[in-house]
Design a protein around this ligand. Structure first.
Ligand SMILES: Nc1ncnc2c1ncn2[C@@H]1O[C@H](COP(=O)(O)OP(=O)(O)O)[C@@H](O)[C@H]1O
Ligand code: SF4
Ligand SMILES: [Mg+2]
Length: 378
């Protein structure tokens, strides 16, 4: 599949006085493919909305690049975005439908204004597009001439979604799309988004602190902690077998905990606040202090995000192939042999048995024992 949008070493630091800088987004690398639905999760304040504003080009970057269909868009100034042709391609649905709708516009005017500004539609074609979109998002026509204060929360959410999709963007970014809604309405809007995702064929970025939203809707998930991605991978795999201690803690805190067994204390974060995002120590893992597995090394060496297996990455010193797995992989690669994961596990286990035998022999060795010289057969 083709990369639709890509962030390369993306950075946003906010100056916060006294020459200090708040590292809201700190060197992110990821992409979203055409037609893919990606979820971005992480606790409040970890930088999700800042990242969204960088991608939608409503906030200027400190450093790095944003590429859309291979073209750099990171240098478009945020203030020029309102009239930029790119605006049609990336649309946003905001968290609070009440705040984001203009109280002076009816639902019909809100949806039409978006299409009028960003496409060349007018007259009856515009009217038709508004009504088709209203049907698509389940907004009855009789509500189209109402003002926001005459609509319920769920109806306003539908107007916000209609306004974004009427221009047929290639990427729809939803920042906490259900967080401001009543629980009963949340489920209905999630069903609507799930249907739109299947019907419309565009890419989605769902941002949420609610893991269930991501689990329900997304193909792939990015987990963010204090301005950095700490884990990424196919949503099904990440939820079934989270690797990073932070992801494990997030999933362990859901009803039912981690799949396939009890959640242990080692899967819960230690209480206390996250480190400060202001000028954080670049040599320290950002989870150190809250991480149940943290050791001295995590204090002095920040783990990079590295690929653990195909499509999965994590940033933790203790996640990844063990030394022996890495040895088996190297031996297989040397002979250009490809094996499935079960076979690799069997080879590693065989290696472990040989290593264990060597350890036993070494331990049993008496002072006078000598080893036979190695016999080589031609
Ligand atoms: N304009 C700003 N100036 C200074 N700090 C900001 C600004 N916008 C956001 N922040 C800080 O950046 C961090 C990330 O915020 P945000 O992206 O809103 O997180 P999230 O959406 O994950 O809750 C927070 O510490 C927040 O206080
Ligand atoms: S590197 Fe250390 S502190 Fe960071 S997540 Fe891994 S174990 Fe925890
Ligand atoms: Mg936010």
């Amino acid at each position: 599949m083709k990369r639709l949008i890509e962030a390369i070493d993306l950075v946003k630091h906010f100056p916060v006085g006294d020459k200090k800088r708040l590292h809201a987004v700190d060197g992110l690398n990821f992409h979203i493919e055409a037609g893919e639905t990606v979820g971005l999760v992480g606790e409040s304040g970890c930088g999700k909305s800042t990242l969204v504003r960088l991608l939608t080009r409503t906030l200027d970057l400190t450093d790095g690049q944003v590429r859309f269909h291979g073209h750099g868009i990171g240098l478009i100034p945020a203030r020029a975005m309102a009239d930029h042709p790119m605006r049609r391609e990336i649309q946003m649905v905001f968290q609070d439908p009440t705040d984001s709708l203009d109280p002076r516009y009816t639902a019909r005017q809100t949806i039409a204004e978006s299409a009028r500004l960003l496409t060349d539609m007018s007259g009856s074609a515009l009217d038709r597009a508004v009504e088709e979109t209203a049907t698509h998002v389940g907004l009855p026509f009789e509500l189209l001439d109402r003002y926001p204060h005459q609509l319920s929360g769920g109806q306003k959410a539908r107007v916000g979604i209609a306004r974004a999709i009427v221009v047929k963007p290639r990427l729809l970014v939803l920042d906490e799309p259900t967080a401001a809604l009543d629980v009963s309405v949340q489920a209905v809007i999630l069903q609507l988004l799930d249907r739109l995702k299947r019907e419309m064929g565009m890419s989605f970025l769902f941002v949420s602190h609610d893991l269930n939203v991501v689990r329900l809707l997304c193909d792939r998930v990015l987990v963010m902690y204090l301005g950095q991605i700490v884990e990424s991978g196919p949503a099904r795999e990440v939820f079934a077998r989270p690797l990073h201690p932070y992801t494990r803690a997030l999933i362990a805190s859901l009803p039912g905990g981690l799949a396939g067994g009890q959640t242990t204390d080692a899967d819960l974060l230690i209480g206390g606040d996250p480190q400060s995002p202001i000028d954080p120590d670049a040599h320290r893992c950002r989870l150190f202090g809250r991480c149940p597995r943290g050791v001295e090394r995590c204090h002095t060496l920040a783990p990079p995000l590295r690929e653990i297996s195909r499509g999965r990455a994590a940033a933790c010193h203790f996640v990844g192939p063990t030394e022996r797995e890495a040895f088996v992989d190297a031996a297989l690669a040397m002979h250009n042999i490809h094996v499935d994961p079960a076979r690799r596990a069997a080879l590693t286990s065989e290696f472990n048995r040989v290593a264990e035998m060597a350890r036993l022999v070494q331990a049993a060795r008496l002072p006078g024992d000598t080893l036979p010289a190695p016999q080589y057969r031609p």
